[in-house]
Design a protein around this ligand. Structure first.
Ligand SMILES: [Zn+2]
Length: 501
């Protein structure tokens, strides 16, 4: 799709230093909209959750949703922000068909929360991301462009608009510029959005579904030549809707901008669109400056002046935040920083925790989620949490391995069966006949058969080359179709051959 020339990433990083910025929009999970009583749920039939206020019919007057203000303050507190003692909403004026008022109620120079930070871990190192502001606004409606090849307005036959989303409370979380990430810029961007999503999930303020758009990040990237201290012009890639895409968008913008700058060109300040299929961005529109929006204080709403005692109460009732929770779990599970980070990046911590809660040893729970199950999720191109298997089921498989009913190889087949929808672990074991051969007589019969067919290896073992028993154990496992207990088979083989270790 994109025909931009690019500079290979390594070369781009040798010559330029990236500066990041991230603006994340989060739809709050309140029952009603920001300034009216309409329901705020996702997926209702188009234009059914609307009223004179959110449709901006004459005479409609907004009133602020206190639950949304509370959620925003809690987000600010979790991000170590100061909370304004007094602030106002502002009108942001612009025309767009999915915004019935022709302005958006937002906040401008008086955000509800400001000057915070969020620490994230990348490659075992802590990176502090400074937060400039957290403010509250309302979402727009949703346009759908019909008839074109790309789903964009260019080339479409007609457009339809759904105002259900118009007026849903939206929190915008804006970082300060993030210099110094160097070649880890893509990973830092991803780690930040991952951590932020975790914080929001812990606060239970949003369902943070990136694919449904309830959380979406705009990714700002600029480059400055090595040795320069003057920041370059940034581009803003809009509405990136997965963690992986955040990482790829930064990567591709670095490569694209570096090629332009190296060629003596200049970067245009603009919004860009990210394309999942190519992993690249294309030009959107030139970026407005703040003055283009003609902000002014919203005259229909009173200022927000959160009571200091109320804010203190909200702070005291904060849940354990993800980073502290990870530190605690890391200690309980006894794993390294890097292992913990790998679990975090795979969104596996909650799954491992639930599996441990269901009775599995932490090491086993981690092994299955980060090994076999991660591999299968990768193959299917889905997150771990979408695999059709539960922490309880993994714990059951772990118990069967610990009790000697399964070995790892059989356990993998049980997992496969569960993932294929063949039922619970016990049902898969029964249906596929996966029990380990515990019947000593049956095992000895297989051993005799294997010894008869492998006289050379048997002789080697007898003459003291104990390592050769491996081939015989392999033969037993093969003859039993993986159902023998390899450890017990080895013992019996050595016994039979009259060799002791
Ligand atoms: Zn309404």
């Amino acid at each position: 799709m994109s025909t931009d020339t690019v500079m290979p990433y390594d070369e781009a990083l040798e010559r330029f230093e990236p500066v990041l910025g991230l603006e994340t929009h989060v739809e709050l999970g309140t029952a009603s909209k920001m300034f009216c009583g309409c329901q705020a749920e996702f997926g209702a039939p188009p234009n059914t959750n609307v009223c004179p206020v959110c449709l901006a019919l004459p005479g409609g007057l907004p009133t602020a949703n206190v639950k949304a203000i509370e959620s925003t303050i809690r987000i600010g507190l979790a991000l170590n922000c100061s909370i304004a003692e007094w602030c106002r909403f502002a009108r942001k004026n612009y025309f767009y068909p999915d915004m019935p008022k022709n302005y958006q109620i937002s906040q401008y120079d008086e955000p509800l929360c400001f000057d915070g930070y969020l620490d994230v871990e990348v490659n075992g190192k802590t990176v502090r991301i400074e937060i400039e502001r957290v403010h509250l606004e309302e979402d727009t409606g949703k346009s759908t462009h019909v008839g074109g090849a790309t789903g964009r307005i260019q080339g479409a036959d007609y457009s339809i608009v759904d105002y259900n989303r118009a007026g849903i409370p939206l929190v915008e979380i804006v970082t300060k510029p993030i210099p110094g990430t160097d070649r880890l810029a893509p990973e830092v961007a991803r780690a930040y959005v991952t951590e932020l999503r975790e914080v929001l999930r812990t606060l239970n303020v949003s369902d943070v579904r990136m694919e449904e758009g309830s959380m979406r990040s705009d990714v700002n990237v600029s480059l400055m030549p090595r040795g320069s201290s003057e920041w370059g012009t940034r581009t803003e890639t809009k509405n990136v809707n997965s963690l992986r895409s955040v990482e790829r968008a930064v990567h591709s913008e670095i490569e694209r901008q570096a090629a332009i700058l190296a060629d003596g060109g200049r970067i245009i300040q603009e919004t860009r669109h990210f394309h999942e299929n190519t992993g690249t961005t294309t030009s959107g529109r030139s970026k407005e400056e703040a003055q283009d929006y003609r902000y002014f204080p919203e005259p229909d709403l009173v200022p927000i002046a959160p009571d200091v005692a109320w804010v203190a109460e909200l702070k005291a009732a904060m849940p354990e935040l993800p980073r502290l929770r990870r530190k605690r779990l890391q200690q309980e599970w006894g794993v390294s920083d890097l292992d913990m980070e790998a679990m975090h990046n795979n969104d596996a911590i909650g799954l491992v925790e639930a599996t441990v809660a269901a009775g599995a040893p932490p090491a086993d729970a981690r092994k299955w989620w980060m090994g076999e199950l991660s591999r299968r999720a990768n193959e299917a191109g889905i997150p771990l949490s979408e695999l059709l298997i539960t922490p309880d089921q993994i714990a059951r498989v772990c118990a069967m391995v610990a009790g000697g009913a399964l070995n790892d190889k059989l356990a993998r087949q049980v997992l496969e069966g569960v993932l294929n929808g063949e039922g619970s672990p016990d049902e898969v074991v029964a249906a596929r006949g996966l029990q380990i051969v515990n019947d000593e007589g049956e095992l000895l019969a297989i051993i005799d058969q294997v010894l008869a067919g492998n006289a050379d290896a048997a002789e080697k073992v007898r003459s003291g080359k104990i390592a050769a028993v491996g081939a015989l154990v392999g033969g037993v496992m093969k003859a039993s179709r993986g159902k023998a207990d390899a450890g017990r088979a080895r013992e019996l083989l050595l016994e039979k051959l009259g060799v002791s270790e």
